[in-house]
Design a protein around this ligand. Structure first.
Ligand code: CP
Length: 308
């Protein structure tokens, strides 16, 4: 099996690599419960975040430190790195690679992680590139699905919310196309429906999908509801479209009553108002467990790109 180096897009993972990653991720759960490891001591991770983040940045930094490594970081990099003086992304990467062994980057432009990888001699990990992809989120999503419902073949999932701008659902759709017997329902307001390139990819890979309007009816039929936030920051001055989309699909007690006892609700987070806090205590609300799995997946990725 080829060594994992850059992590740029979900399509680069095949089933054997996913199985290997999930096995290492499971080991990382044990490592954390034993208070960490020193396998990445003397290794240094640079995290460059040009867009806001809580989970991805903190979990990557925590992952590196849990494995004995160290971190240099810039948040709000648009403002606080030399990007503010006009430095190109390529030049920033050429500098950061001299200071670190791996670079984790979140950027506001689709394709930016690939641009970074083209000039980098150290591994680049895409932590979200605008509306493009968020592959490490999709990896933790798939790991969570396996943990929560016990399988990755033969299940039904509803992707709900901002499917046009959602990089997490794009990456997740690419990963799910690796599995058998998966059916995807797209439940989105008209202005943010799933894009045609993803639908074409699913068709090419024999994955059944359907667009639906009735969230309650879909909730009765699926194993996973994957809710997403309507992303105000992607609408620019299209305020009317944003207002039309927000609040249309909300996970509340009525949706939870429709959901099977064995099904789960996921969300990449952050949420705004698309899941009411009153359902957080329901054991089928798995989104905080999902976010915690991000630590283990990112520990496994760092170990695999730096050590294997
Ligand atoms: N899910 C996710 O990417 O969250 P953050 O934006 O907080 O990193």
């Amino acid at each position: 099996m080829d060594k994992l180096f850059h992590v740029i897009e979900a399509q680069q993972f095949d089933r054997p690599l996913l199985s290997e990653l999930f096995a290492v991720t499971k080991e990382m759960e044990e490592v954390v419960s034993r208070y960490g490891s020193n396998i990445l001591s003397r290794r240094l991770m640079a995290s460059l975040f040009y867009e806001p983040s809580t989970r991805t940045r903190l979990s990557f930094e925590s992952a590196m430190m849990r494995l004995g490594g160290q971190v240099v970081t810039t948040e709000s990099a648009r403002e606080f790195s030399s990007a503010a003086k006009g430095e190109t992304l390529e030049d920033t990467i050429r500098i950061a690679e001299g200071y670190s062994d791996v670079i984790v980057i979140r950027h506001y432009e689709s394709g930016s992680a690939r641009r970074a990888a083209e000039v980098a001699s150290v591994p680049i990990i895409n932590a979200g590139d605008g509306p493009g992809q968020h592959p490490t989120q999709a990896l933790l999503d798939v790991y969570t699905i396996q943990k929560e419902i016990g399988r990755l073949d033969n299940f039904k999932i509803a992707m709900v919310g901002d499917l046009a701008n959602g990089r997490t659902v794009r990456s997740l759709a690419y990963l799910l196309s690796k599995y058998d017997g998966v059916k995807i329902f797209f439940v989105a307001p008209r202005v943010v429906r799933m894009k045609d390139d993803i639908k074409a990819h699913l068709d090419e890979h024999g994955i059944e999908w359907e667009e639906a309007d009735d969230l309650i009816a879909v909730a009765r039929d699926v194993d996973v509801v994957y809710q997403t936030r309507i992303q105000r920051e992607r609408f620019g001055d299209r305020i009317e479209d944003y207002e039309q989309a927000r609040g249309k699909y909300v996970i509340d007690q009525t949706v939870m009553e429709a959901l099977l006892e064995s099904s789960v609700v996921l969300h990449p987070l952050p949420r705004v108002d698309e899941i009411v806090p009153e359902v957080d205590g329901d054991p089928r609300s798995a989104y905080f467990r999902q976010a915690h799995n991000g630590l283990y997946i990112r520990m496994a990725l760092l170990q695999m790109v730096l050590e294997s």
